[in-house]
Ligand binder design. Structure first.
Ligand code: NAD
Length: 483
């Protein structure tokens, strides 16, 4: 089955920070892939805007290099790449000054969708928003896209929301959490709400616990100084893991509509209990095998910032009372693997003698590397050995079910940028959602800061600190292996 591609409307997309790392690695190569897929109408244009002086051709060369580096396979289509580059132009602009704004105004068309991607440091969001509106550049339906981090606590997130709200309405603001753009994450909603099969079981009566794991093999890699001020709780849990938790735990929205979906996610965040100190494990990776430790990478020998965190989280509502959600995420772990595992309870009574062979049903939703889902079910072990039980995966691999082309799913950024052009906010975070997430996160961080907790060291290439294993063991449960 070949994926259907529906072209979007004509647009002018301005990428502030168009020469930066995120633009080069994700945004521009992603746009090229959408162009290649035939999703961009002939009138679509992309305008890079950043501080350095570049001609249009220099910017095009920079983009060609970025596509070759980050999407080498796509870049082999030289004809398509040349045609794509013709859509690009460049404006040298100073977010904090006057340079470039009148040129940008002349460049923008008023009769097409206008989108402004703020791929710059959050400290510049206010300056850019102000200049876009004060100079009469952004039209009344213009959309702005802002990147994480959206604040570092509730107060700063609120201040950022207030700043943006002076210039744009909530329906114009697209706060990116690229986890929501992942194919499997959206499939989670399809599986839950387009099938009758799971929803009746989707509650504490039938679900024992949920595990959410986002494991990385890389360290802080040259971002040590930034990371040390952030830490894993702010960098990963407050946004990505929280969003995944919301999609698993939320009530069915009345319609697949941006505000209906986001209302339900918000209710989940508001129902989260405060997390107790004994339900938090923080870790810091050690060095070895030629790689530095967290303390070396962050260049702060006294740092107490975590590069790993595991949490036991409770949701106080009718559906989830009694079903813990265990979250863990960290750097320099055994494998790069992100998954959600929903573990069901035991059947109320077993008619089989083979109690030892029995294992719980688990629905595993794998976000990376190989996106897909599988459901662990019990069957009879083949052969003449009597009624012995064994567990096998019912595999919902996209490649097998839909053909190899369907497995070539668009990158999260590609999908999200096209959603901005379509004006669909479903997969973007609303301001109140971000604030509620910080309101839950802040006391957790304040708690360990006030207690002076130190993160536990862990060996690189493992599954994290020993205490994280205990977090599960003491409840008679086990983490799934990271592989
Ligand atoms: P970067 O430092 O590589 O690029 C910053 C860009 O902003 C450059 O193009 C620079 O020219 C431009 N810029 C800086 N000051 C400016 C000014 N006064 N006026 C106009 N342009 C100016 O940063 P990045 O890594 O691309 O990150 C951009 C944003 O995206 C940040 O908010 C970052 O936190 C976020 N982000 C980045 C990544 C990533 O993988 N790089 C991932 C998630 C979020």
């Amino acid at each position: 089955m070949v994926a259907r591609v529906i072209p979007v409307e004509a647009f002018d997309l301005v990428i502030f920070g168009g020469t930066g790392d995120l633009a080069r690695r994700k945004i521009l190569p992603g746009l090229f892939r959408r162009f290649q897929a035939g999703q961009m109408p002939p009138e679509a244009r992309i305008i890079g805007a950043a501080r350095a002086e570049h001609s249009d051709d220099e910017f095009r060369a920079l983009v060609a290099d970025a596509v070759a580096e980050f999407m080498p396979k796509a870049a082999q289509d030289k004809e398509a790449l040349a045609a794509f580059l013709q859509r690009l132009s460049y404006v040298a602009i100073d977010a904090k000054g006057t340079q470039g704004w009148s040129q940008l105004k002349e460049t923008m068309r008023s009769d097409v969708v206008q989108a402004y991607y703020f791929s710059v440091a959050p400290a510049l969001f206010g300056d850019i928003a102000l200049r876009l509106t004060d100079n009469g550049i952004a039209g009344p339906d213009a959309r702005i896209v802002v990147e994480k981090p959206f604040g570092r606590d509730l107060a700063s997130a609120r201040a950022l929301n207030e700043t943006l709200a002076k210039h744009f309405t909530e329906s114009q603001i697209y706060r990116i959490d690229h986890y929501l753009g992942k194919e499997t994450v959206q499939n989670l909603m399809a599986v839950r709400f387009a099938n009758i099969l799971f929803e009746p079981l989707w509650k504490s009566e039938y679900i024992d616990h949920v595990q959410i794991t986002v494991a990385e093999t890389v360290g802080v890699n040259g971002r040590g100084a930034y990371y040390d001020k952030s830490g894993t709780m702010r960098d990963m849990v407050q946004n990505h893991l929280m969003q995944l938790l919301c999609l698993i735990a939320m009530e069915p929205p009345y319609h697949f509509d941006p505000d209906a979906v986001r209302d339900e996610k918000l209710k989940v965040i508001r129902a989260l209990d405060p997390v107790q100190p004994q339900d938090i494990v923080r870790g810091q990776y050690l060095g070895g095998g030629g790689e530095g430790s967290y303390l070396e990478d962050s260049e702060n020998p006294h740092s107490r910032t975590e590069s790993y965190i595991a949490l036991k989280v409770a949701i106080s509502n009718w559906r989830w009372k009694g079903t813990p959600f265990y979250l863990r995420t960290g750097k320099r772990l055994r494998a790069r693997a992100s998954e959600i595992a929903v573990t069901f309870r035991e059947p109320p009574h077993s008619i089989f003698d083979d109690a030892e062979g029995w294992r719980e049903n688990v629905l595993v939703i794998r976000l990376q590397p190989d996106e897909g889902m599988h459901l662990m079910v019990m069957i009879k072990e083949p052969g003449p050995g009597g009624m012995r039980l064994t567990q096998v995966p019912l595999d919902m691999s996209f490649a097998t079910a839909l053909g190899p082309e369907a497995a070539e799913v668009p990158d999260a950024y590609e999908r999200l940028i096209m959603d901005v052009i379509r004006g669909n906010q479903t997969l973007f975070m609303r301001g109140d959602e971000v604030e509620a997430a910080w309101a839950w996160t802040d006391p957790i961080i304040e708690g360990w800061e006030a207690r002076g907790d130190r993160p536990q060291p862990y060996d690189a290439g493992t599954s994290g600190p020993e205490d994280a294993l205990m977090l599960m063991h003491r409840d008679g449960r086990r983490w799934r292996e990271i592989k």
